[in-house]
Design a protein around this ligand. Structure first.
Ligand code: C2E
Ligand code: CA
Ligand code: CA
Length: 765
C-alpha cells in the first residue's frame, strides 16, 4: 500500500479536517452569536447562523455525497455567509468572500478558484453598485460606483495574488506527489528485480554447492606474488579432499599439492593465472589424509565490471580411475607383467632414442644382452611359480645396479637387456665401463636370491654391443649384435662376457647358411656314416663307433664339430640322429652278414633322446632292420643328465630292458656326479680324448686317466679311451687297467664298404 496518495486524496483529507474544525469552531462561535443576536432581537441573523450550522454539519456528516458536491455546498455556505455579513456587517466581510477562491483552489483546483474570484468580484460589484452593501474608500466621496469598483478591483487582485501561489504550490505538490509515485513504483520494480536476482543467486549457489564437480573460488591478492586465499569450496570439494570448509578457507591453493605434484605443471598454471588466462590441467592433488588423487581442473579468471581480475574460479573432477586405467594400459603395453621392467617395445623406443643421441654426438653407449644360464633347470625342477619368483628377484637385483638413465628390460624368458648410456668418448673406456657393469650383473646373479626359503644362484652369459657415435648402426642391429655376442658367450662355456665383433656377424650368417644346407643334405645324399674301430690291449677288435660325415656336393667336407652343433641348435639332429641309428643297424647287419658282427656305438644327442617317441622309434628301427638291441651302445653325454634326471634314468632303464647298452661319452668334462652314475644302467665310460692327448706327458691328465680307470673298476664299468694316437699312450693305458682303445693309432673313421673290404682282406685296419 502506497503511503503517498495523489493530490485529490490530500484535498479530501484537508476537506475532512477543515469541516471538523469549521463544525467545532462554527458551533463554538454560532451559539454565543445566536444568544447575542437573540438578545438584540436580530432574528434573521439567528436564522442565518442556524441554517449555516445545520448545513455545515450536514456536509460534514453526509460523506456518501460526492466530494465535489460537498465542497460546492461548503463554498456556497461560505458565499452566503459572506453575502449575509456584507449586507449586515459591511466591507470587513470581504474576507469571507476572499476565503472562497482560496478554498476553491485548495479543495477543487484552478478553474473553480478563478470562477470563485469572478463570482466574488461580481457579487461585490453588484452589492456595492446596487447599494446593498456599503462600500467606501477613505478620502473618496460617498459614492456608489467608484468605491465599489476600487474595492472590487482590490478584491480581484488580492484574490488572484492569494489564489495563484496557492494554486502553483498545489500544482508543485501534485507534481512532487506524482514524482514520488513514480519513484516509489520504480523502487518497487527494482525491489522486485532484486528479489528475482536474489532468488536466482540462491538457486545458483545451491546448484554450485550441490554440484558433483569440485568448485573452488579464490580471491586474487592485490600484491603480485601473494597467495590466492580460498573463499569458497563446495560439498564435492569437501567430500573428495576430506578438508572441512574452515580448514581451507583463507588458505592458498597449494594446500592440495603434495610430494608427487608436478612442479612444472604448477608453474605453468601459476603463469597462466598471472596472465589472467584460463587454463586446464591434470594434476596430482592430495586429500587431507595424504591420499593422492588425480584431478582434471579448469581455472577461469574472473574480472569485475571494471575489468579488474578479482577472483579465480576452479572446477575440478576426480580422474584417478581414468588415470589408473590409462596407466594400466600403458603398463601392459610397455612393461613386462612379471617383473615390472620395460618390455621389448619400450626397450626398442629407448634404444632408438639412444641411437639418435649417439649419432648426435653424445658419446658411447652399449647394449648388454643378459641370459641366465640353465634357468630352465629351476623351472623344471621347482615349477614355474618358483621360476617366476626367481626371475622377479633377478630383475630386482639387476634394477638396483644400473644408473637412473640406464634402462633394464626383460625380453621374455630369462633374457634381460641393459642399455648403458654415456659411457665416455673412447672405445677403451666405454668397453671398460660396460665390462664393469657386466661383472656387477654376474655378481648380483651369482650371489643368489632367497625364494621360499631356498637360495637360487645363477650364472649369466652376457653379450655386449657398443653403440659407436657414428651413423649407420640401427637399434635393431645393436640388439642383434648383443644377442649374437651373448650366444657366443654361451657357446664358449656360459658364465662369461663377450663383446660383439663384426666377425661374429659373419659367423651367424655362416651358421644360418649351414643350417639351410644341412636341412637338404640328407635328402641330397650328402651324409654318410663312417666307422671307427675299438680294440683291446691285444689289438683285437671289440667294437666300433659310428660317426657322421657331411660331404657337400662340391666335394668339401664339413667337420662334425661344425655341423653337429648346428643340427642340435636347429632341431635337425632329430631326423639326422634317427637316420644315423638306422645306418648303424644296417651296418651291423652288413657286418654280421660277412661274419664280422661287433657291437656298434651310436652317438645320441640329448634332444634326440628326450623326444617323447624316442623309445618307440628305436624299437621300430630295430624291428625294421632286424639288428639286435644288445649289439648297440648308445653314447650319451653328461649333458643329458642335467635336465629331468628321473625321467631320463627311467627311459634309460626302458631301453636297457630292450638290451641296449649305455656309454657316457667325453667322460671327465661334464658334471660327473657319481651319485647319478650309480642310478643309471651304464655299460661303459669313454675317457675324453683331451685327457688321453696329454697322457702320459702331463702328470695331471695321467693321474685323472688313472683315477677314472680305478673308479670304473669299482663300478664294474667297461672303459674306452678315445683319441689314442701314440704307442706311448697305448702303453700307458695297458699299464694302468687296460681299457679298450679307439684312435688313429688303430684306425681312422672310414666308410662301411672300406671296413668290409679291409676285413675281407684280413688286413690290419
Ligand atoms: P665324439 O663322440 O667324441 O667322437 C669322437 C671323435 O674323436 C670323432 O670326431 C673322431 O673322429 C675323433 N677321433 C677318433 N680318434 C681320434 C684320434 O686319434 N685323434 C683325434 N684328434 N681325434 C680322434 P668327429 O668324427 O669329428 O666327431 C666329432 C663329434 O661329433 C663326436 O665326438 C660326436 O660328439 C659328434 N658326432 C659325430 N657323429 C655323430 C652322430 O652320428 N650323432 C651325434 N649325435 N653326434 C655325432
Ligand atoms: Ca662318441
Ligand atoms: Ca667322445
Amino acid at each position: 500500500m502506497l503511503a503517498y496518495k495523489d493530490i485529490s486524496h490530500w484535498r479530501r483529507q484537508i476537506f475532512s479536517r477543515l469541516l471538523t474544525i469549521v463544525v467545532v469552531l462554527g458551533t463554538i462561535l454560532a451559539v454565543p452569536s445566536m444568544a447575542l443576536s437573540f438578545k438584540e432581537g436580530l432574528y434573521p441573523l439567528i436564522f442565518a447562523d442556524f441554517v449555516a450550522l445545520v448545513w455545515i454539519v450536514a456536509i460534514w456528516r453526509l460523506q456518501r455525497i460526492p466530494y465535489t458536491i460537498r465542497v460546492l455546498n461548503f463554498l456556497a455556505v461560505m458565499y452566503l455567509i459572506g453575502i449575509a455579513l456584507m449586507l449586515s456587517v459591511g466591507p470587513v466581510s470581504l474576507i469571507f468572500l476572499l476565503a472562497l477562491p482560496v478554498m476553491a483552489s485548495v479543495l477543487l483546483g484552478t478553474i473553480p478558484a478563478v470562477l470563485a474570484i469572478a463570482l466574488g468580484s461580481a457579487t461585490i460589484l453588484v452589492l456595492g453598485v446596487g447599494g446593498y452593501a456599503k462600500l467606501y474608500v477613505t478620502g473618496l466621496p460617498d459614492h456608489e460606483l467608484v468605491p465599489s469598483l476600487m474595492v472590487t478591483f482590490n478584491f480581484f487582485c488580492v484574490g488572484i495574488l492569494i489564489t495563484i501561489p496557492c494554486d502553483a504550490l498545489l500544482r508543485r505538490l501534485s507534481t512532487s506527489i506524482d514524482n514520488l509515485h513514480q519513484i516509489a513504483a520504480s523502487l518497487e520494480r527494482r525491489t522486485d528485480d532484486l528479489q528475482k536476482v536474489n532468488a536466482e543467486l540462491r538457486l545458483h549457489a545451491t546448484a554450485v554447492a550441490r554440484l558433483n564437480d569440485m568448485v573452488l573460488i579464490a580471491q586474487v591478492a592485490a600484491a603480485p606474488g601473494a597467495g590466492q586465499p580460498i573463499i569458497f569450496v563446495n560439498y564435492a570439494f569437501v567430500r573428495r579432499t576430506g578438508y572441512a570448509r574452515d580448514e581451507v578457507l583463507g588458505h592458498g591453493l597449494r594446500v592440495l599439492h603434495g610430494r608427487d605434484t608436478d612442479p612444472a605443471e604448477v608453474a605453468r598454471i601459476t603463469a597462466a593465472i598471472q596472465r589472467v588466462e584460463p587454463a586446464t590441467t591434470e594434476i596430482l592433488n592430495y586429500t587431507r589424509s595424504g591420499e593422492p588423487f588425480w584431478a582434471e581442473m579448469e581455472l577461469v579468471p574472473f574480472a569485475d565490471e571494471g575489468g579488474v581480475h578479482t577472483h579465480l574460479v576452479m572446477v575440478g573432477r576426480d580422474i584417478t580411475e581414468r588415470k589408473k586405467s590409462a596407466s594400466a594400459i600403458h603398463r601392459l603395453a610397455f612393461y613386462d607383467v612379471l617383473t615390472g621392467l620395460p618390455n621389448r617395445r619400450l626397450l626398442m623406443d629407448r634404444l632408438e632414442e639412444m641411437v639418435a643421441q649417439a649419432h648426435a654426438g653424445s658419446g658411447f653407449s652399449a647394449v648388454m644382452f643378459v641370459d641366465l644360464d640353465h634357468f630352465k633347470f629351476i623351472n623344471d625342477a621347482r615349477g614355474h611359480a618358483t621360476g617366476d619368483a626367481v626371475l622377479r628377484a633377478a630383475a630386482e637385483g639387476l634394477e638396483q645396479l644400473v644408473r637412473e638413465d640406464d634402462t633394464i628390460a626383460r625380453l621374455g624368458g630369462d633374457e634381460f637387456v641393459v642399455l648403458l648410456a654415456s659411457l665416455g668418448h673412447d672405445t677403451d673406456s666405454a668397453m671398460r665401463a660396460a665390462l664393469r657393469v657386466a661383472e656387477k650383473v654376474r655378481n648380483v646373479l651369482g650371489h643368489g636370491f632367497r625364494v621360499e626359503g631356498h637360495t637360487y644362484t645363477s650364472s649369466a652369459s652376457i653379450g655386449v654391443s657398443l653403440l659407436l657415435p657414428k651413423p649407420g648402426q640401427t637399434a635393431q642391429d645393436l640388439l642383434r649384435e648383443a644377442d649374437t655376442a651373448m650366444y657366443r658367450a654361451k657357446a664358449e662355456g656360459r658364465n662369461n662376457v663377450v663383446f660383439f665383433e663384426a666377425r661374429m656377424q659373419a659367423d651367424v650368417e655362416r651358421r644360418l647358411t649351414l643350417e639351410r644346407d644341412l636341412g637338404m643334405a640328407l635328402a641330397n645324399g650328402e651324409l654318410a656314416m663312417h666307422i671307427q674301430v675299438q680294440v683291446d690291449i691285444a689289438g683285437q677288435r671289440t667294437g666300433a663307433e659310428m660317426l657322421m660325415r657331411w660331404k657337400r656336393a662340391d666335394g668339401s667336407m664339413v667337420p662334425p664339430d661344425v655341423f653337429i652343433p648346428v643340427a642340435e641348435a636347429s632341431g635337425l639332429i632329430i631326423p639326422l640322429g634317427q637316420w644315423a641309428l638306422r645306418q648303424a643297424c644296417l651296418a651291423w647287419m652288413a657286418l654280421a652278414r660277412t661274419g664280422n658282427a661287433m657291437p656298434l656305438s651310436v652317438n645320441v644327442s640329448p634332444s634326440q633322446f628326450r623326444q617323447p617317441d624316442f623309445v618307440e622309434r628305436v624299437r621300430e628301427v630295430l624291428h625294421e632292420t632286424g639288428a639286435p638291441a644288445a649289439q648297440l651302445i648308445f653314447e650319451v653325454t653328461e649333458g643329458l643328465l642335467i635336465e629331468d634326471l628321473d625321467k631320463t634314468i627311467a627311459r634309460m632303464h626302458e631301453l636297457a630292458a630292450m638290451g641296449i647298452r649305455f656309454s657316457i661319452d667325453d667322460f671327465g668334462t661334464g658334471y660327473s656326479n657319481l651319485g647319478y652314475l650309480r642310478r643309471m644302467p651304464l655299460y661303459e665310460l669313454k675317457i675324453d680324448q683331451s685327457f688321453i692327448r696329454d697322457t702320459p706327458a702331463d702328470s695331471n691328465s695321467a693321474a685323472l686317466v688313472q683315477s677314472i680307470l680305478a673308479m670304473a673298476g669299482h663300478l664294474g664299468l667297461r672303459v674306452v679311451a678315445e683319441g689314442v694316437e701314440t704307442v706311448e699312450q697305448a702303453e700307458f693305458l695297458a699299464a694302468h687297467g687296460s681299457p679298450q682303445m679307439q684312435g688313429y693309432l688303430f684306425g681312422q673313421p672310414i666308410p662301411l664298404p672300406r671296413l668290409l673290404e679291409a676285413l675281407e682282406d684280413c688286413r690290419v685296419v
